[in-house]
Design a protein around this ligand. Sequence first.
Ligand code: NDP
Length: 405
Amino acid sequence: MGNVLIIGAGGVGAVAARKCAMNRVLFPHVTLASRTLEKCEKINESVGGVLDVAHVDADNVDEVTRLIERVQPKVVLNLALPYQDLSIMDACLATGVSYLDTANYEPLHEAKFSYTWQWAYHDRFRDKGIMAVLGCGFDPGVISVFCAYAQKNLFDTITAIDILDCNDGNHGKAFATNFNLEINLREITQRGKYWKDGTWREIDPLSVSRDITYPEVGPRASYLIYHEEEESLVKHIPGLRQIRFWMTFSDTYIKHLEVLQNVGLTRIDAVSYKGVDIVPLQFLKALLPDPASLAADYTGKTSIGALVRGIKNGQPKAALIYNVCHHEACAREVGSQAVSYTTGVPAITGAMMMLKGLWKGKGVFNVEQLPPEPFLDEVARQGLPWQVQEMSLGEAEALVPLDMG
Ligand code: NDP
């Protein structure tokens, strides 16, 4: 079906590369490139050497451009970090190759993620006749496609969405993050935000919480945080009056986070120590476990869904669309934990959609703008089955009340 270039050999990149190796008819030629070549080589060894590997500094547009020219991929999967989104998109523009990622752009020196920088590429991608698919992980990603599916098949109008993200796993470590620590802590420590009645409302970080009962898990403490798919869903779901994002954190996690913040270890500005500039958050990342290394002892599951409320045939109704994914099953299948798995599998599913022409277009698209059915069929086949639980507004209210309370 054509060459594919994956950039980034971390937790998510490893899952994507291994899944490609398991689907060789669709992915006969895959090149895995990253900043640390040894990581690519190790992943390649684990799949019997069927990949090509390369070193690339994805902050350098010329280097990425030369790599794309050499590999001649049909699509570039950016599974590196949000800091590299724009340089990789620039290289795709220079070479006329389509692009897909799982996280929106964030400048290195400011913890502020937004689609605005990447949306600004729309006309240039359109004029070049190529496609960029943004946010094709789980959330954003599968969750956004659930919303598109609900809009198309379950509702005439969607009025409210609550994204419910639970990781009920246990990795046995005192403190670790499930994906890149720097990106994760920058996201969680910033002010929370949600959309209501046409405006964004801000809250102090982690200042609003409640117990939410997750499918196959039960009630867990959940915190209202701002998450990137809210920005695009507000734009693409007409009539949406409210959107919020809830994520579970254990008491231990919150305790560690508070201490790390209080002592300044989550700072992203450089601190001079004995004449050497150190960014505390980057130093912290060097001390803590690599997310890709957590799989071996991880037990439990993730349970992530979209609780959608709205109107169908004049009647109010609600539906929870969700997936449950087991850490141990992911480790058995591809040697990774469920957070990497639930991101890497949608990324390669999105690539399949592009290679097969089931997702096509010229310009920059969020996944909820593309046909949901073929993606949801394939993502289930690739290991992420999903369920729809229809419910009354009363049942939805008991799950998460519409008002903050
Ligand atoms: P990791 O930190 O495990 O992996 C990132 C990889 O990118 C590493 O291999 C790293 O190289 C490589 N990299 C970093 N900078 C560069 C560069 N300049 N040039 C080339 N390679 C580079 O992160 P994850 O795998 O956990 O996450 C990957 C992405 O997925 C992130 O953007 C994250 O935000 C996103 N994500 C999205 C989710 C979703 O549901 N949508 C959920 C989870 C993650 P090195 O090994 O040298 O450090």
